[in-house]
Design a protein around this ligand. Structure first.
Ligand SMILES: Cc1cc2nc3c(=O)[nH]c(=O)nc-3n(C[C@H](O)[C@H](O)[C@H](O)COP(=O)(O)O)c2cc1C
Length: 215
């Protein structure tokens, strides 16, 4: 089972313990301005939170995007677990969940549609965000956005997300099955490419983490 955990930094535990002991409140009574302390305690509370980033991939490009999302989301802010969706038994215990999937034949991968449906009751209690990875988004137009957004509809119906990410993907013939590779060599839509925009992915992860942690 591939599992990685990104930690918000060694200070987090110390700060979290301080928050639990009510040190923020004590600082307020010692004369610090209340808005400042409120901000600090909000940030401490966020750092004790745990986000699950889970993904469905066939050839690995979505897994790499999920890794970048998880790394960016953790960045000194919270703890992030990253797991292939097939390996997620339970989403209980997480404060937020991010689900990403590659698109094939006009749909999210089957495990990205089926497994979250089983978690519907638990997802109803926490904020979620979704992203899909497709070649539809190689041109970022209103039409391609509408098409890519529609891929996420099965997840939206399970739980309304706080954010959605629509990312262009990649095709590496080496990662395809021999049969698909054979067809891909003569299909223009399956030619080798990498349209992933890492800056856009990181920016999305950054703002989405803030929204998830304050939702
Ligand atoms: C067999 C195959 C079918 C695909 N079908 C679609 C599709 O219907 N719509 C689309 O926008 N992209 C499609 N793509 C592009 C993938 O979504 C894109 O390559 C993505 O990055 C693959 O993710 P993965 O590497 O995590 O499997 C397809 C790719 C392959 C190889």
């Amino acid at each position: 089972m591939k599992r990685r955990t990104f930690l918000a930094g060694a200070t987090t535990l110390v700060l979290a313990s301080a928050a639990r002991l009510g040190i923020g409140t004590k600082l307020a009574s010692a004369g610090r301005s209340t808005p400042m302390v409120a901000e600090e305690t909000d940030s401490l509370a966020a750092r004790t939170k745990r986000i699950l980033v889970t993904y469905a991939t066939r050839c690995g490009s979505t897994a790499e995007i999920a890794n970048a999302v998880a790394e960016q989301m953790s960045a000194g802010r919270c703890t992030v677990d990253i797991l292939p969706i097939k390996d997620v038994k339970d989403v209980r215990g997480y404060d937020a969940v991010v689900i990403g999937s590659a698109v094939r034949m006009g749909r999210l991968l089957s495990e990205a549609r089926k497994r979250p449906a089983k978690w519907a009751a638990d997802l109803a209690a926490i904020p979620t965000a979704y992203f899909c990875v497709s070649m539809t988004m190689q041109d970022d137009t209103p039409e391609s956005r509408a098409e890519a957004q529609a891929f996420l509809q099965p997840l939206v119906e399970i739980r309304e997300p706080v954010a959605t990410g629509l990312f262009a993907g990649a095709i590496d013939h080496e990662q395809l099955s021999p049969l698909l590779r054979f067809f891909a060599k003569s299909a223009e839509t399956l030619s080798e490419c990498d349209h992933r925009d890492w800056n856009a992915i990181q920016a999305w992860a950054d703002t989405t983490a803030d929204v998830l942690l304050t939702a």
